[in-house]
Design a binder for this molecule. Sequence first.
Ligand SMILES: [Zn+2]
Length: 222
Amino acid sequence: MVTERKHREDIVRYGRMLHERGFVAAMDGNLSVRLKADRILVTPTCLSKGAMRPADMVIVDPEGERISGHRNVTSEIGMHLLIYRLRPDVQAIVHAHPPTATGFAAAGLALTEPLVCEVVMGLGSIPLARYGTPGTSELAQTLEPYVSNHGVVVYGDTLEHAYMKMETVEHFAQIALVTHLLGRQQPLKEVEIEKLLTARTKYFGAKLAATMPIPRAPQKVS
Ligand SMILES: [Zn+2]
């Protein structure tokens, strides 16, 4: 059982990593962890993710009401609560604006080309409503107003796993950008993707694999 203290320290740690990697600027970004069914530990508003201390975190209930903490909760708490409500399996959420992936969003481009086998294995494609694994269409629809101009939202069974998805998304966006600059893309072939999906189902279980659509048609390079 991970203690609340450890969760606070982890949020500090991964917040600092977001900041060091340039995934957030100024006071941007937010991280949260589900403590138990009706309590969420989350970052405060108006504080650099590179300068947080464990005592800065806020605990809220499922309606976003502050239960403890001396700071105000992030203004993006609604997005976190929505994901926790719709996905009881999700234990942690990270939101940031990594510049390359966010640039793709601002250009209206999804990161859907199956270019790198590790990404197909780990994430599948990265839809334009950009969060790791969209579980339901309801989630996608309801998140739309929150995330359309809004960088990257990732979540997982631990804060570490959610954070690692953020790194994977941005790294993949950089690779995709280079292929755009070079003017050509050589996506994995359908048969190769099938093999990766089969392997992924074996590693991660059918449920997880099924929630990650792999597009068949690669995007045209303009
Ligand atoms: Zn944001």
